[in-house]
Design a protein around this ligand. Structure first.
Ligand code: ADP
Ligand code: MG
Length: 299
């Protein structure tokens, strides 16, 4: 394509909220035949809400949420934010001031959850892996609640106090309204869609099923997403990657075309070649169409 055609292409993109960072991005986009999607905040809306709370101890819900919020308020994870929001509703007093104890020795364990000392007790909030890594037994009852949540495409979160599971939460983060249609259009364009997520297999498979994605990689470490992109490239694919998180930035850089969700983190936006300013998935199709038009017009 001529420089003028590329300029026109990127210009048209910009008017539609598709920010294309240069001609190389557009050129790669017209050859894409495989797209790797992050789950949370990319395929899903990314604003999880707590929909279930089950306590196993004779503990007032308010006391439980004070401890959980004290730990999670230190985390940047969207799940932590949803838990803190929910805790605000439950724990606030008449003046709407949530009064949480101070957490000490807070640690965030990437892809697993959080750990802290609150009121001289060790609290952990996170997934099964977090509990198993700390030798905490998960009861049959807790397992059942987790499985039920995962079946409904929700994420189950365990809470332990001093080495014992005291409660389970379920958070729901629904699919974006256009996800299913976009995956189906990509399929008709002979572009393969893959989902890679740090979330558990049960939830990941449920969300993938809803979206119409057949290939899933769950319980992925942050490095895994970039490794997956490189594997696909080595087997001959021109790979697009769509993501919103800090976790996604290595994969966005590795991909032939990294596409960041506009509402995502600055680090993802910087790492990407294309920014979807409206944060919808339809704009992936717009970007690819634009690239195809730009690069077929001038041959
Ligand atoms: P994703 O790729 O879905 O954004 P992450 O790798 O960030 O996933 O996290 C994987 C899983 O680890 C989450 O689904 C959740 O179960 C658990 N997790 C991570 N951070 C937290 C947190 N702050 N509180 C509770 N659970 C967490
Ligand atoms: Mg994400």
């Amino acid at each position: 394509a001529t420089p003028t055609a590329v300029m026109v292409g990127t210009g048209v993109g910009a008017t539609q909220g598709v920010l294309i960072k240069g001609g190389q991005a557009l050129e790669s986009a017209h050859k894409v035949n495989c797209i790797v999607f992050d789950k949370t905040g990319t395929l899903t809306i990314g604003k999880p809400v707590v929909v279930t709370t089950k306590l196993f101890k004779n503990m007032p819900v308010k006391d439980f949420y004070e401890l959980v919020a004290a730990a999670e308020v230190n985390s940047e994870h969207p799940i932590a934010k949803s838990i803190v929001d929910h805790a605000k509703n439950i724990t606030q007093d008449e003046q709407n001031n949530p009064s949480w104890p101070q957490a000490k020795e807070f640690v965030s364990i990437a892809g697993h959850g959080v750990k802290a000392i609150v009121q001289n007790k060790e609290i952990m909030v996170g997934n099964k892996k977090l509990m198993l890594d700390h030798n905490i037994a998960i009861s049959v009852e807790a397992e059942e609640i987790l499985a039920e949540a995962e079946n409904m495409a929700q994420t189950g979160i365990l809470v332990s106090l001093d080495g014992e599971i005291v409660g389970v939460l379920a958070v729901s983060d629904p699919l974006k309204p256009d996800a299913k249609e976009v995956i189906s259009i990509l399929k008709s364009m002979k572009i393969k869609s893959i989902m890679v997520t740090g979330d558990n297999w049960g939830t990941a498979n449920s969300i993938a099923r809803q979206a119409g994605i057949e290939t899933v990689m769950a319980e992925a470490q942050p490095e895994t997403k970039a490794i997956k992109v490189k594997e696909l490239q080595n087997s001959g694919y021109t790979v697009g990657m769509v993501g919103d998180g800090i976790n996604d930035s290595p994969a966005l850089v590795a991909a032939d075309v990294g596409m960041a969700i506009g509402a995502g983190t600055d680090i993802a936006i910087e790492a990407a070649d294309i920014v979807l300013m409206k944060s919808n998935l339809e704009d992936i199709i717009i970007a690819i169409d634009l690239a195809k038009k730009t690069f077929s017009r001038i041959r």
